[in-house]
Design a protein around this ligand. Structure first.
Ligand code: PMP
Length: 393
C-alpha cells in the first residue's frame, strides 16, 4: 500500500513504544506520564454514572452537539473565574476528546504545509506529533528555567508565515518548569506585536504544590489566545475530556467544522458523567488530595536524587505537576544511559523525542506520580549507581 507523506513523516510516540518494555512488572518505571490511579474517584464516578442514567436516560447514549455539553462548559468557565478571575463565557469553551485532540484540531485549522510554528525546546512530544501531521516548519526556542528565551522568540517570529507559538507555562512537560511572572509579561508584550496565535496548554496548572497561581500569558486578554485544559490529570484520563478556551469566535467556528469532520462530538456519556460528578462533589478537595500525594512523591524523588546522583548531574525542582528534568554531564548520551538503566530494571524517557530536531541529547525526564516513595528511593538508588559510572572520576 502507498501511504501519505504526512503519516510517513510523523514519528510514532517514543514514549508509547518504550512503555511496552518499561511496563513489565519487575521494572521500576519513571517513564510514563500516568496520573496515580489511587487518585481516581472510582466510587463517586460509579454513583455519577447511575445518577446520570436515572436523570438523563437515553440522552447519554444519543448523538450530541459538537461544541459539548453546556453545563460542563459552564462549570469550566466558572472554574477560570475562581482560579484566575477570568471572565469566560460558556460559548467560549469547546469540549474536546482530551486536550490531545485540541492540538490536532488546531493543527488542522491553522497550519498550511510549510507554515511556521514556534515550539519550546524541549517541548511536549504529543504536540510535536499532532502538529507534524499538518506538515509545518518547526522553529525552536530554547526553554530556560523561567520560560522561553525572549531574544530567540523575537528572532523566530521574523520567519515567514509563523502561525502560532505553543507553550506549556505551568509544570511543563517534559521539564517540570513554570514560566515566571516576568517572562509571562515579556512574552505577552512580544506576542501583541505579531499576528500570531498563542497556545497555552495547561493540563497540569491545578496541580501546584508550592507557590502561588500565576496569571496566564494571554488567556482571557489576548484576542488570539488559545487556552487548553483537561480533566485527565485531575479526575481521569480514560474518559478523554479536555477543552479549548478562546475569545476568537471565528477560530471556534473553524474548530467546530474540523471537529465535525473528525468525530462529530466528544463522548457525551463521559460529559454527562463527569458533570454529574463535578456538580455533586467537592472538586477542590479532590484536587488538594492529589496535590498532597504528588508533593510527597516529588519530595521523595528530589531527596533521593540529592543523596544518590553525582553532583555534576543537574535537575529541575518542580512546584507542581508530574515531572523532573535531568541534565547529565556534557557529552553523555541519555539514550545510552537508558539502555544501561534498563539492565537494572529502571526506566525513564531519554530527552531526544522532546526536540523537533532530535540529537543525541544529555537530558532525560523522570515521572514521580506513579510510584510509592519506597519504590522511588530504590529506583533512584539504582539509577544513581549507573550515573556515577558516567560521571568524571
Ligand atoms: N498536553 C500536555 C502538555 C500533556 O502533557 C498531555 C498529556 N500527557 C496532553 C496535552 C494530553 O492530555 P489529554 O489528551 O489526556 O488531555
Amino acid at each position: 500500500m502507498q501511504y501519505s507523506d504526512k503519516i510517513l513523516n510523523t514519528p510514532s510516540s517514543f514514549i508509547r513504544n518504550i512503555l511496552k518494555v518499561t511496563g513489565e512488572p519487575d521494572v521500576i518505571s519513571f517513564a510514563g506520564g500516568l496520573p496515580n490511579p489511587i487518585s481516581f474517584p472510582t466510587e463517586k464516578l460509579r454513583e455519577a454514572i447511575n445518577n446520570s442514567i436515572d436523570v438523563h436516560g437515553t440522552k447519554l447514549f444519543q448523538y450530541s452537539t459538537t461544541q459539548g455539553y453546556l453545563p460542563l462548559r459552564e462549570f469550566i468557565a466558572a472554574k477560570y473565574k475562581k482560579t484566575h478571575g477570568l471572565d469566560i463565557h460558556p460559548d467560549e469553551v469547546f469540549i474536546t476528546t482530551g486536550s490531545q485532540q485540541a492540538l490536532e484540531l488546531i493543527g488542522k485549522v491553522l497550519i498550511n504545509k510549510g507554515d511556521g510554528i514556534i515550539m519550546e525546546a524541549p517541548g511536549y512530544l504529543g504536540a510535536i506529533q499532532a502538529f507534524t501531521l499538518a506538515e509545518p516548519n518547526f522553529y525552536s526556542v530554547t526553554l530556560e528555567e523561567d520560560g522561553l528565551n525572549i531574544a530567540e522568540l523575537e528572532q523566530q517570529l521574523q520567519k515567514p508565515n509563523v502561525k502560532f507559538i505553543y507553550t506549556v507555562p505551568n509544570f511543563h512537560n517534559p521539564t517540570g518548569i513554570t514560566y515566571s511572572a516576568e517572562k509571562r509579561e515579556a512574552i505577552y508584550e512580544v506576542v501583541k506585536k505579531y499576528d500570531v496565535a498563542l497556545i497555552e496548554d495547561d493540563p497540569y496548572g491545578e496541580l501546584r504544590f508550592r507557590g502561588e497561581t500565576l496569571p496566564y500569558i494571554g488567556g482571557g486578554r489576548l484576542e488570539n489566545s488559545i487556552l487548553l485544559g483537561s480533566f485527565s490529570k485531575t479526575v481521569t484520563p480514560g474518559m478523554r475530556l479536555g477543552w479549548i478556551v478562546t475569545k476568537n469566535k471565528e477560530l471556534l467556528d473553524h474548530i467546530e467544522t474540523a471537529k465535525q469532520a473528525t468525530d462529530l462530538h466528544t463522548n457525551i456519556f463521559s460529559q454527562y458523567v463527569i458533570y454529574e460528578y463535578l456538580a455533586n462533589n467537592e472538586y477542590k478537595e479532590h484536587v488538594d488530595n492529589i496535590i498532597n500525594l504528588y508533593r510527597i512523591q516529588s519530595d521523595a524523588m528530589l531527596d533521593a536524587m540529592a543523596r544518590h546522583f553525582p553532583p555534576t548531574v543537574k535537575y529541575t525542582k518542580p512546584d507542581g505537576g508530574m515531572f523532573i528534568w535531568v541534565t547529565l554531564q556534557e557529552g553523555v548520551s541519555a539514550l545510552e544511559v537508558f539502555h544501561a538503566a534498563m539492565e537494572v530494571k529502571v526506566a525513564f524517557v531519554p530527552g531526544d523525542p522532546f526536540y523537533t530536531h532530535p540529537e543525541n541529547v544529555n537530558t532525560l525526564r523522570l515521572n514521580y506520580t506513579n510510584s510509592t516513595p519506597e519504590v522511588i528511593e530504590e529506583g533512584i538508588r539504582r539509577l544513581g549507581a549507573i550515573l556515577h559510572a558516567y560521571a568524571p572520576a
